[in-house]
Design a protein around this ligand. Structure first.
Ligand code: RIB
Ligand code: CA
Length: 313
């Protein structure tokens, strides 16, 4: 069976970095066409830097990296240096990137790729704010029906928000973009905090990364080790949630997860709940199910798969 063609839209970010490495370690299953970068965890200049550093760490300086939108739709950018460090990739000591950025804008690359490749053959994997995806859908609505799937990290239902009581970071940064994507009608699979908060990097799991004994294993140990310092009061000594790699785990082995088809709408009116993913979990409205909402994971099997695949790089 041919590998699934994917575009990873990203705001690296330590967990983005692990997701990118995870995907690049599985070429038999995932054909990563490009990385498209967006402002989110840190400003765009840093997300494009960090994305290229991760490509070079994986030995993939050939992979096209595109710069996308540098601010959300109609809102000021909110970043997360307090979580990811000033660079957005604090933890490992990695060299500055040598590979160039692509000249074209990420949004134009997404549009052209969906228009030129056969319909239904390209999956979008957004793991940051949805600004690039929404901008592409608005600029070229014809591409929406050509999307094979959107598999995104974002949102929360019973897990509560991580930026406000109501909202998860990726959705909160650009609620208008999220409303566009969730309302576009393309196939949509969401990996929210409900599942990522069950994918905790425990000390044993971090030690397994470091035991790989390679540059990649050491870097992932440092990336997830740095990222952890922010979370102890939320997740206790168990460790930090590894959000973005859950999208890749779903694409590789969906049977490690549990999901439910539900309607999800995005709050864009109230500042109090701005960016909330309003999940009709019990089907109490007549709103059609638009989302495969992933809510559970076999965490140890997920980490075993991740560690085994990272050892390939
Ligand atoms: O809320 C977690 C999400 O926000 C992850 O994608 C993390 O990288 C940040 O972008
Ligand atoms: Ca991210």
């Amino acid at each position: 069976m041919a590998a699934r063609q994917i575009i990873i839209d990203t705001d690296p970010g330590q967990d983005d970095a692990v997701a990118i490495l995870f995907a690049l370690a599985c070429p038999e299953t995932l054909d990563v066409l490009a990385l498209t970068c967006v402002a989110g965890n840190v400003p765009l200049a840093l997300t494009t830097r960090n994305a290229r550093m991760i490509c070079e760490l994986a030995g993939r300086s050939d992979l096209p990296v595109f710069a996308g939108c540098d601010s959300p739709l109609g809102r000021e950018l909110v970043t997360a240096e307090h979580v990811h460090g000033r660079s957005g990739l604090d933890g490992p000591d990695l060299p500055e990137p040598a590979m160039p950025l692509q000249d074209r804008h990420a949004v134009d690359f997404i549009i052209e790729t969906l228009r030129t490749r056969p319909s239904g053959t390209v999956t979008l994997v957004p793991i940051g704010p949805l600004t690039n995806i929404a901008t592409a859908f608005t600029k070229a609505p014809d591409i929406i029906e050509r999307v094979q799937d959107i598999v995104l990290m974002g949102g929360a239902h019973a897990a509560h928000g991580n930026v406000t009581p109501a909202a998860e970071f990726n959705i909160h940064v650009d609620p208008a973009a999220a409303a566009c994507v969730f309302g576009a009608g393309a196939p949509l699979t969401v990996l929210p905090l409900d599942v990522t908060h069950k994918a905790l990097v425990t000390p044993a799991r971090n030690a397994a990364f470091r035991a790989i004994g390679t540059r990649v294993g050491d870097a992932v140990g440092a990336l997830t080790g740095f990222y952890e310092r922010y979370h102890p009061e939320r997740h206790g000594a168990d460790g930090a949630p590894l959000h973005d790699p859950c999208t890749i785990g779903w694409l590789l082995q969906p049977d490690l997860f549990s999901a439910r088809r539900v309607n999800v709408e995005i709050e864009t009116g109230s500042e109090l709940t701005m960016g909330m993913t309003v999940v009709d979990w019990w089907g109490v409205t007549d709103r059609p199910a638009n989302t495969t909402f992933v809510h559970d994971i076999n965490a140890q099997a997920f980490f075993d798969l991740l560690t085994e695949r990272l050892a390939r790089l």
